[in-house]
Ligand binder design. Structure first.
Ligand code: BES
Ligand code: ZN
Length: 504
C-alpha cells in the first residue's frame, strides 16, 4: 500500500503530461455491435441536464423547510417529515413512484444534565463538559456511594471479572480507559454489583464515548486529571453520580424510488441522507447530496430507458448511527443483495472550503473500510471523469461515517464523492481547489450555520457533474464493476493502457 494518497491531476498539468505521454487513445469495442455508449465523458448528457441552479433551488427549499419547522430536518422531527414530502412530491412529478422504507430505532437522550461530585472525604463538584461527559447510551441512575478504583493504574482496568473480586456491592467503579471497550468495562462493573462507572481518560481532553446499547448502570467519561484526583483521594472517597437518561423507541423512514425501465437484476443504488443534525438546517450536510441526487433522478427520467435499473435512495436517521441505510440493507434477502451492482453515496458536496474527494475504492488509505471488489473501478470512473474535465481529485477514506457502510459490509461495490467536513485543508490542496489552508473543509459542519450562504457552488457543480456522469455511465453498463454485460447491448470502452503500458 502506498503511504501517500494518489492525487489525480488533470491532463493540463505537467505531472499528468509526464505520466500519460506518448500515446494515442485506443478505443476497444467489446460486446456485440458498434453502437456508441456513454463511456466518453464528452458524450454524456446527464451532466449538462443536471443544472447547479436547480440543485440550488432544492437546497433553498430544504433550508426554508427547516427554518419553518424548528430549524432542522432531524430524524423523527417535523422538518424531516416535510422535507420527505418535498422529495416525494418532486419525484412523483417526475414520474417516479417513491416508497417509504419505515423502521424503528432506539433513541437515547438525557432529560437533565449529569452530575459527578465528590461528597467525601471533602466535597467538590466536577464540571460537566470540562471535567466529564455522559457516555452515550448510559443507563439512568442517581447514586451516592464509595468510589472504588478497579485495577486503575493499568489500561486493562476493568476488562476482566477478576479486577472486581471483592468489589463492594453498590459502590461506584473507577476505571481507566484502554484495552477493552467501554461497554465491557461497564458490563463487568454492573455484573460485580457496581451502581455506576467512571471511566477516566488515558490522554488529555474529555472522554466522549458510547456504550453502544443502554448500559445497566450510569457511566460517565472523565478527564485524565479527574482520574488522577480520584485515585489520590484515598480510601474514604465517596462520589455522587447521576445520569437522567432514557431510551425511546422512535420510528422514521427512508425514501426509495426506482427508474421505470432497466434490468431488475442489475440495480445501481444512488443514495444521500435526507436527515440532518438537530443543531441546524444541514444545507451542506446533507441538503447538498439530497438536492443533487433528487435533481439527477428528475433529469434521468428524461433520458431513454436505461439498460440497468436505477434506485434512488434518500436515507433517514443517518446522523443517529446510519440507521436508515443499515435497516434497509439488513432487510434485503441475499438474492436482493446479489442484484445490486453497486452503491454510490453522496454526503456533503458543497463544502465551504471544499476538496474534490473520491471514496477510496482501492483501499489505499489508512482507516478505510475494506472495499468490496469493484469499488476500485468506481473510484477510477470518478477520477477519470474529473481528469477529463481538467480537475484534480483526491481519494478520501471510506471512514464508516456515512451510508455506504452497510452496503460495503454486505459486499456491494461502493463509491461516491465528498467535499470534506471536519478535516483540515493543506497548502497543497489550496493549489488544487483554492480556499484556505489550515481551515476545516466545512467550518460549519454540524453547526447552526450550515446554511445556503456558506455553500461553495463550484464544488456543487463539479461533484454533481461527477454524480450525473456516473449515473449515466452505470445505467448503461456496470461491466468494469461487476462483470455484467447485458447481451443485447454494446460496450465501447476507452482503454488507457495495454497491460502495464500507458497508452494515453
Ligand atoms: N456527513 C457526515 C459524514 C462525514 C463527516 C464523513 C466527517 C467524513 C467526515 C455524516 O453525516 C456524519 O456526521 N456522520 C457521523 C457518523 C454517524 C455514524 C452518526 C459522524 O461522522 O460523526
Ligand atoms: Zn452527512
Amino acid at each position: 500500500m502506498p503511504s501517500t494518497p494518489s492525487r489525480h491531476f488533470p491532463r493540463r498539468t505537467a505531472a499528468t503530461r509526464r505520466r500519460l505521454a506518448g500515446g494515442a487513445t485506443v478505443v476497444m469495442a467489446l460486446g456485440l455491435g458498434m453502437a456508441p455508449t456513454t463511456a466518453h465523458a464528452d458524450d454524456a448528457q446527464l451532466p449538462t441536464l443536471v443544472k447547479t441552479e436547480n440543485i440550488r433551488s432544492h437546497m433553498e427549499n430544504l433550508q426554508t423547510i427547516a427554518e419553518y419547522n424548528g430549524g432542522n430536518r432531524a430524524s423523527a422531527e417535523p422538518g424531516y417529515d416535510i422535507a420527505a414530502k418535498y422529495v416525494i412530491d418532486q419525484l412523483e412529478r417526475a414520474g417516479y413512484t417513491p416508497e417509504k422504507h419505515t423502521y424503528e430505532y432506539d433513541n437515547w437522550n438525557e432529560n437533565s444534565p449529569a452530575v459527578l461530585a465528590q461528597t467525601a472525604p471533602e466535597e467538590r463538584g466536577f464540571t460537566l463538559e470540562d471535567d466529564f461527559v455522559t457516555m452515550a447510551y448510559s443507563g439512568a441512575g442517581d447514586t451516592t456511594a464509595p468510589g472504588i478504583a478497579v485495577n486503575a493504574e493499568t489500561d486493562e482496568s476493568g476488562c476482566s471479572a477478576d479486577d472486581f473480586s471483592g468489589f463492594p456491592e453498590g459502590a461506584i467503579a473507577i476505571v481507566q480507559r484502554g484495552t477493552c471497550t467501554f461497554t465491557e468495562k461497564t458490563q463487568n462493573a454492573a455484573d460485580a454489583g457496581a451502581a455506576g462507572t467512571v471511566i477516566f481518560n488515558n490522554e488529555p481532553g474529555p472522554l466522549l464515548g458510547t456504550v453502544g446499547e443502554e448500559s445497566a448502570i450510569p457511566v460517565v467519561g472523565a478527564t485524565e486529571e479527574v482520574g488522577a484526583e480520584l485515585l489520590a483521594a484515598g480510601d474514604d472517597l465517596e462520589l455522587r453520580l447521576s445520569v437522567d437518561s432514557e431510551v425511546v423507541t422512535k420510528s422514521s423512514y427512508s425514501i426509495i424510488a426506482e427508474s421505470k425501465g432497466g434490468a431488475k437484476d442489475n440495480v445501481v443504488v444512488v443514495g444521500a441522507h435526507l436527515d440532518g443534525v438537530p443543531d441546524g438546517p444541514g444545507v451542506n450536510d446533507n441538503g447538498s447530496g439530497t438536492a443533487a441526487v433528487l435533481e439527477t433522478a428528475k433529469q434521468f427520467a428524461e433520458l431513454g430507458a436505461p439498460n440497468n435499473k436505477l434506485r434512488f435512495a434518500f436515507w433517514g436517521t443517518e446522523e443517529e448511527g446510519l440507521v436508515g441505510s443499515t435497516k434497509y440493507v439488513e432487510g434485503l434477502s441475499q438474492k436482493e443483495i446479489d442484484r445490486i451492482a453497486l452503491y454510490l453515496n453522496f454526503d456533503m458536496i458543497g463544502s465551504h472550503n471544499f476538496g474534490r474527494f473520491v471514496y477510496d475504492g482501492r483501499g489505499e488509505l489508512d482507516g478505510s473500510l475494506p472495499p468490496p471488489a469493484g469499488s476500485a473501478a468506481i473510484q477510477k470512473l470518478f477520477e477519470d471523469y474529473f481528469e477529463s474535465q481538467g480537475l484534480v481529485s483526491e481519494p478520501t477514506e471510506f471512514s464508516g461515517r456515512s451510508d455506504y457502510s452497510a452496503f460495503m459490509e454486505a459486499g456491494i461495490a461502493s463509491g461516491g464523492l465528498f467535499s470534506g467536513a471536519d478535516g483540515v485543508k493543506t497548502e497543497e490542496q489550496v493549489e488544487y481547489y483554492g480556499g484556505t489552508a489550515g481551515e476545516q473543509y466545512d467550518p460549519y459542519y454540524h453547526t447552526p450555520e450550515d446554511t445556503i450562504d456558506k455553500i461553495d457552488w463550484d464544488s456543487v457543480e463539479d461533484l454533481s457533474n461527477g454524480m450525473a456522469y456516473a449515473v449515466e455511465a452505470y445505467a448503461d453498463s456496470t461491466l468494469p464493476v461487476n462483470g455484467v454485460l447485458r447481451t443485447h447491448q454494446t460496450q465501447e470502452f476507452v482503454a488507457d493502457r495495454l497491460g502495464d503500458l500507458w497508452l494515453r
